[in-house]
Unconditional design. Structure first.
Length: 128
């Protein structure tokens, strides 16, 4: 794992699309709501710009996220949780997300509350 400015980036053995497809399937299987999937490459192409494959998935569980926002309303800037699959210049695919411990520090969350978002790590580990 590589944490950089609160971001964890893990290599993915799959394409960007397949990485997000697989993560979405895991989330749905666990009953976690997918709020949005944004194909940023496709959006860039609509305005005549080039972007390597890049997709963002927004997901969460209001039952888990709401207590966090009650405790620290500005955490809503980082919720729902997000996972970004992107292709580097060398073609390698990465899956990046906010480090729950970084969010814990950023918003002074208790150990008990951070458990609500720390579930992202084992979910992403299913992809490996």
């Amino acid at each position: 794992m590589n944490a950089n400015n609160g971001i964890i980036s893990l290599p993915s053995p799959y394409s960007v699309t397949e990485t997000i497809d697989r993560l979405a399937a895991i989330l749905q299987e666990k009953g976690i709501t997918i709020f949005a999937r944004i194909d940023q490459q496709a959006e860039a192409e609509k305005v005549g710009l080039n972007l390597r494959p890049t997709q963002l998935l927004l997901f969460g569980n209001p039952q888990a996220g709401t207590p966090l926002m009650v405790a620290a309303p500005t955490i809503a800037l980082d919720l729902p949780l997000k996972a970004l699959a992107w292709s580097a210049a060398d073609g390698k695919v990465w899956l990046s997300y906010n480090d729950p411990n970084y969010l814990k520090q950023r918003f002074s969350l208790s150990d008990e509350l951070v458990k609500n978002i720390a579930v992202i790590t084992p979910l992403i580990d299913y992809l490996r």
